[in-house]
Design a protein. Structure first.
Length: 312
């Protein structure tokens, strides 16, 4: 085992890349996917502005026009750190004038309206491109093509892709967060295409949350995370087990990790297939049940076994 004097020092953290420095993004997108994308874009150096509708009339002064700012202020504050937020009523001539003035000095517009709503606001791509030819538009929708008009949300997109397996809600908003990443990727593509194409013309891209869910669901469709799959519970080294005072997530999937786990549990490992045997599952479960979280934390470090304990 290496001592403190023989462990090589960690390299100094490199400064974060800012590939979007100088790029100006204006977002009309509310709730989570759009602000999530804007948060990522700001981290990449973009100058980000968020245009929100006025708050409902019955709300206190200073209330955000974004529903996220009304039902979870903590999340809203984190998402909008360092982002300029302005109030614009797009249903009025004054608001429309303010928006288009801002778009004159914007590189990428981010939205999350249905296509019909964009048309009503005069923001359909043909109209927008004619008025602001250098502007790119990334439109976040629920589903692609004709289905973009259908109502839906994170939960329905996950359910449609086989990612809701019982009555419990998913642990997080996978489609929304995946869609945010895809939207930030789309902005990068728009900027890169414009810079490499040297045409000065903007582009239009549609990002569908249902497609983000479909991308995240691929391992399940491939069978990897189904109950009979290696990372779905069939492999004894990749499971969540009860321990003496809590739970432990074990991820000893690779052969050398699996061998270390089997050795700790006193299980002879003839081959990797040993980990798929019911007797191995039972033996490892019985061993882990005798261990406290503290003991397992120490075991993971000493025997180089990937695990994470969860007390209580």
């Amino acid at each position: 085992m290496a001592t403190a004097s023989t462990v090589p020092p960690s390299p100094a953290a490199a400064p974060p890349l800012k590939p979007l420095r100088g790029v100006r993004v204006l977002s009309l997108a509310l709730n989570l996917p759009g602000p999530g994308a804007l948060m990522r874009l700001r981290a990449m150096g973009a100058t980000c502005t968020k245009a929100e509708p006025p708050a409902p009339r019955n709300m206190p002064a200073g209330t955000s026009g974004d529903p996220m700012g009304q039902y979870n202020k903590g999340a809203y504050t984190t998402l909008h750190a360092g982002i300029k937020v302005i109030s614009v009523d797009l249903k009025t001539d004054k608001g429309q004038a303010a928006l288009h003035k801002a778009l004159e000095r914007t590189d990428v517009l981010l939205s999350s309206f249905r296509p019909s709503a964009l048309e009503k606001l005069g923001l359909g791509w043909k109209t927008l491109h004619k008025r602001h030819p250098a502007l790119s538009h990334v439109a976040i929708v629920g589903a692609p093509g004709a289905r973009a008009e259908e109502p839906g949300h994170d939960l329905t997109y996950l359910a449609d892709n086989g990612l809701v397996t019982g009555l419990d809600l998913p642990a997080t908003l996978f489609a929304d967060m995946g869609g945010a990443l895809m939207a930030s990727e789309a902005v990068l593509k728009a900027v890169l295409a414009q810079r490499l194409g040297k045409t000065g013309k903007g582009s239009f891209q549609e990002v569908a949350l249902s497609e983000a869910a479909a991308w995240l669901a691929l391992p399940r469709h491939w069978g990897l995370t189904l109950p009979g799959g290696a990372v779905g519970g069939a492999h004894a080294g990749y499971k969540v087990y009860p321990c003496k005072d809590g739970r432990v997530a074990v991820a000893a999937l690779e052969p050398h990790f699996a061998a270390a786990l089997c050795a700790a549990a006193g299980v002879p490992m003839a081959s990797l297939m040993t980990l798929f045997a019911p007797a191995t599952h039972a033996a490892i479960a019985a061993f882990l049940l005798t261990q406290t979280c503290k003991q397992l934390d120490r075991l993971g470090v000493e025997k180089d076994i990937p695990l994470h304990t969860m007390g209580g």
